[in-house]
Design a protein around this ligand. Structure first.
Ligand SMILES: [Zn+2]
Length: 316
């Protein structure tokens, strides 16, 4: 079901059951002790202030609900609105602004902004395995998006920027694409050192590296099984052997269109979160909107985002 009239988007109890079925396919799991055998639902009772969806674990004698330890924990927003927000973010190819979410969900703008950031957290894979490997190739490229908030007027060595150097006041972004999946990073500066750090941490050494002719990759390329380049300045985009960096460039174009159209006021400190959202949608582009939303829902666990981490004092 991917229609916005689906019951889990309308009713909080159905939404909770939907989340429970997703998070606990084999029955409730106590988040405190991991117990699965002796968990019992407790009947809701307004007089006794027992909320709906409460369970008791008889192993460790604690109470819990399905939202404990997830991005929903501590939120007063109805769970059906959370599910709707996840669906909207997953179904909007270029993203959806917090203003739009605020209007569509009937929550305040601040709340919508905060929900969107929490949902972005659930789209992140915290422990991604290295990409590439023997017989595989990784396309690496960098681009620039938006201006840095504190532009530097001099270079690191103290000399003033020439016209050509203006790019250093943009926000650099490095992306790696392997087998149709992107992994993207906002870096302070895109140079041989920072790009190497990212590649070494993410790309297996047995990989064939595909880049443009940028000198950033020249020495780095020697650390990989092979290094092939296309020469963009000579108008070459696909080599005769089929090697290209077009996939990573396509990724950048989707990303930039979304950022310009929807998230144009994104602060630098939040940029990585927006990047994560674009990575997630790009990497799940073969799924239906509903399947993508289910995948995001599976990421809610262990991602509790505190107010301090988003730099926002609002309560949701
Ligand atoms: Zn327990």
């Amino acid at each position: 079901m991917c229609d916005l009239t689906a019951p889990e988007f309308q009713d909080e109890d159905i939404a909770r059951k939907h989340i429970e079925a997703n998070r606990w396919p084999d029955g409730p799991v106590c988040p405190h002790c991991g117990g699965t055998e002796r968990n019992y639902p407790i009947k809701a009772n307004e007089k006794k202030k027992i909320r709906k969806g409460l369970y008791k674990c008889n192993d460790c004698k604690t109470h819990f609900t399905v939202t404990i330890g997830t991005v929903f924990e501590g939120s007063r927003v109805l769970l059906n609105k959370w599910l709707m927000a996840i669906h909207l973010m997953c179904a909007s190819k270029k993203g959806i602004s917090s203003h739009q979410l605020h209007r569509m969900l009937g929550v305040t703008y601040k709340t919508a902004w905060f929900m969107a950031h929490r949902i972005r957290e659930s789209m992140v894979d915290d422990n991604p395995p290295p990409i590439g490997g023997k017989g595989k190739s990784v396309q690496a490229d960098e681009t620039y998006f938006g201006n840095v908030e504190k532009p530097r007027t001099v270079r690191v060595d103290g000399t003033p920027y020439l016209k050509k150097g203006k790019v250093a006041n943009k926000r650099p972004i490095v992306s790696l694409v392997c087998e149709g999946k992107a992994r993207t990073f906002h870096v302070k500066r895109a140079n041989a050192e920072t790009v190497r750090e990212i590649l070494v941490a993410n790309v297996s050494r047995e990989t064939e590296l595909h880049t443009d002719e940028s000198p950033i990759y020249t020495r780095l390329g020697e650390e990989y099984a092979a290094h092939k380049t296309v020469n963009h300045s000579k108008g070459q985009y696909v080599r005769s052997d089929g090697m290209t960096t077009n996939n990573v460039e396509n990724y950048f174009s989707v990303f930039k269109r979304g950022m310009k159209g929807v998230y144009q006021h994104c602060k630098e400190k939040h940029l990585q979160r927006y990047i994560n959202e674009f990575d997630f949608r790009y990497n799940t582009r073969d799924l239906t909107d509903a399947e993508r939303a289910t995948k995001a829902l599976q990421g809610i666990e262990g991602k509790r985002l505190t107010y301090r981490r988003t730099g926002n004092g609002a309560h949701v």
